[in-house]
Design a protein around this ligand. Sequence first.
Ligand SMILES: *Cc1c(COP(=O)(O)O)cnc(C)c1O
Length: 410
Amino acid sequence: MIYSDFNHNPGGISLAELVKEFGAPLYVYDGNKMISQYNRLRTAFPGEHVRIKYALKALNNPNILKLFRKQGAGLDAVSIHEVQLGLQTGFQPDEILFTPNCVSFDEIKAGVEAGVQINIDSISMLEHFGHHFGNSVPCCIRINPHIVAGGNVHIQTGHIDSKFGISIHQLRHVLRIVEKENIRVNGLHMHTGSDILDSGVFIQGAELLLETALSFKDLQFIDFGSGFKVAYKQDDVTTDIEELGRVISERFNTFCKEYGRQLELWFEPGKFLVSEAGFLLVKVNVIKQTTATVFAGVDSGQNHLIRPMFYDAYHHMVNISNPTGTPRIYTVVGYICETDTFGWDRKMAELREGDIIAICNAGAYGYTMSNNYNGRPRPAEVLLLDGKAHLIRKAETLGDLTRNVVDAGI
Ligand SMILES: *Cc1c(COP(=O)(O)O)cnc(C)c1O
């Protein structure tokens, strides 16, 4: 694993050389790692009836979307704009699942006009949908089975107070609306959050969804969402995807026999496919020793990678400029005027001003959650594929920050 034996040359390309060519800070993605994660999932869940819908909110550069399209993936989109991005990238409408939460009915109608599969997330929208479309357009329903995965409250979606999905306890109400409005429900969905440590919890949710599925006669697919956990540090507990694949596949096949026909089995991973493939490369601007701490201040911050601050997420960091330096303890902080710590008390090879740090697991929810706070442009993105480095997005400039400003003549 990368944590004990960090690979300075992912995909055969030196990370340090990339900084010389493209500058820092820099987002780098190993496309071949993404493909191998995709194939791992395909192997764990074999069969023609299995569909992988990449959750593009994790990382939405169109080049990456094309890479996944080539592998045979579809998309999971959570806004009409993500839907449009997918269509622009060449995905067919029927390959895109639109899973919005708390959007207007107009946005859902726009999704129907675009021809994508709609996933309904509330009783109210189900009523609107039925009233407006009757059985002329099928829809999927997002069920909240109220199982709780993982330990991070920010990324749990299955708990009782969650805003996501329609509670499984409201099934009777759902069925009443479906019957009255003659709605064609062609899919059932759950997505329980992002930290499945225990496949037993996932299977418990799946079991509830399958039980629910018996109440719907027009189903074409069942979508078990995502939440597959990847390693962020050494010896991290991760989802045993192969074990999960064995159990779920067998259970799903039994279910299809009971249901009376073969249904499709859908998943919508984001993090699993792209997290470990990404690095944020940052340069050390300042080493600052205070009475209590040695800070390494870098040329990036929570504006480029917010997960450590937002989710208290652990991101492994490696000094790639001085890999054989004597290990010392550092607190790595960003340059934003706000609490902005990438990692506390990290043992790293001695850092010198000008050294480059690779921040790992920056593929998912890195660039897509970045912003321009403190008037900072976003970094460039580089994709490594088959031994070549491709610039897939230029770094922003001051012009990008003022692009939409209107001079009011004041
Ligand atoms: C975010 C999201 C996903 C992807 O979750 P990961 O933990 O990144 O795999 C899948 N489905 C839905 C509906 C989501 O909102």
